[in-house]
Write a protein that binds this ligand. Sequence first.
Ligand SMILES: [Fe+2]
Length: 246
Amino acid sequence: MQPQGLERAKVAAARSYEVRANWKLVWENNRECWHCTVNHPQYVRANYDNAPIDDPALKREIEAQVRARSAHVEPDGLAIDHQAAGLVRFPSPGCWWSINRTPLVSGWVSESMDGRPVAPLMGAYRTRDVGTLRMRTMPNFWNHSSGDHSVSTRLAPAGPQKTLVQVQWLVHEDAVEGKDYTLDALLPFWQLTSEQDWDLCARNQAGVSSSAFTPGPYSTKREYNVIRYTEWYLREIALELTRLET
Ligand SMILES: [Fe+2]
């Protein structure tokens, strides 16, 4: 995380949203990529998150990408891997954070609409081939960082069926808008992905609120981090109840 230079980065843009869904549904949506293929066309062009499970040819392609990109960044002390199709597991039940760096698809060096750079390199990076650095902290924050920009998302509960969301785009501290980057190139990838998700969450909330709704089980292959999240949440609630009783 340190080479990303986040502590001195510049906020290039921020967008605020009011999502018509409970904050827990917004978080759960972010913790799985089952929905990505049909809902995030730009995202799945850049990432392997939605890769079919148990596809040997794709597995070989991803492993080749990991080897090639690792060779570029290892001298700088960085590690790229592809655990769990990029959706790395939270380290243990009850753990509130996870972080990993995973490869973009071949030919992409940034989470931009065409995979090309949209800003100068951030922090201490010396190559654009750094994949994406990803962080999540329970219960309300995630970040995706390419070599040239970083996007943070924070949730704030605003009611049983309302969540306030802020998305921030960060770039190198010296980058100048209009000269080193443009918002037209910087924003669309994550603005689209975010807004597609907010629409899904609102529809999810409408479904959950329906008298016809019946809860079903989570997929252990595709929704293991949703499971980890609900475990974490129930554990926190139990701890809080214990605190209140004593
Ligand atoms: Fe999504």
